[in-house]
Design a binder for this molecule. Structure first.
Ligand SMILES: [Zn+2]
Length: 234
């Protein structure tokens, strides 16, 4: 049996002028998706259980819900729904942009999307959600020299650990951009797992530094969700 990790970005309605509207999931649709998972008997897992799975433990009907970029709308619109259905999630934080906005792509997407503040993140942790690193500045890591790469990986981990008082073990590649050198640097920096944007289920024997996910888009209705969860999906 495989594990399914779901990848979300924004939970909310896109502003009219926004590009890349496919990154937004309407909160009503999000609730239908979570409700469907609950009805099907799925429960949620975070990084510890994924490690256990990769190390041989069997799990049935488990999903790992992930949010890239730690947008404020996740904390306002998604976490209350997840709490209602007793689901956990992992939130990936671009550390130098906490309390700021999506400086890396606001020109391209034509909208400044607020990123959560430390207080939001602390509160989510208290409520049982997991936090992972999404680098310092959300740069494409394969473009960086070894020194800048190391800084993006190690400093983001250290700041999260200092600010939150927990160990940070999970990482997510900005733009899903990685190669062997980058994946190796993630391991060297002390992370145990890293999520890509490669599409598919997580299988036993997968590389823990190239975890696949299912892309949740604006039009992922319940039928499409079921298709993505099915054994036929690649
Ligand atoms: Zn991102």
């Amino acid at each position: 049996m495989s594990l399914k990790a779901l990848m979300y970005h924004n939970i909310g309605k896109p502003p009219k002028e926004a590009n890349l509207k496919s990154l937004y999931t309407n909160p009503k649709l999000f609730e239908r998706q979570i409700k469907t998972l609950k009805m099907l008997g799925f429960t949620s897992i975070t990084s510890n259980e994924i490690l256990d799975f990769l190390n041989g433990k069997d799990f049935k009907k488990r999903v790992c819900i992930t949010f890239d970029d730690a947008y404020k709308d996740i904390f306002e619109n998604a976490l209350p729904i997840l709490k209602k259905y007793n689901f956990k999630a992992i939130i990936f934080v671009p550390v130098s942009l906490v309390g700021d906005y999506n400086r890396w792509d606001f020109e391209r997407v034509k909208v400044k999307k607020p990123i959560a503040c430390w207080e939001d993140i602390r509160q989510a942790l208290k409520e049982g959600f997991e936090v992972g690193s999404h680098t310092m500045t959300h740069k494409a890591l394969t473009d960086l020299d070894d020194k800048s790469l190391k800084q993006e990986l190690e400093l983001s981990k250290k700041i999260l650990e200092d600010k939150l008082g927990i160990e940070i073990t999970t990482f997510c590649y900005p733009y899903g951009d990685y190669d062997d050198r980058v994946a190796n640097a993630v391991k060297e920096a002390g992370y145990k797992l890293a999520f890509s944007v490669n599409s598919g289920h997580i299988q036993k024997g997968d590389n823990p530094y190239i975890l696949k996910r299912l892309h949740m888009r604006h039009n992922t209705n319940v039928f499409r969700l079921l298709l993505k969860l099915s054994i036929l999906y690649r």
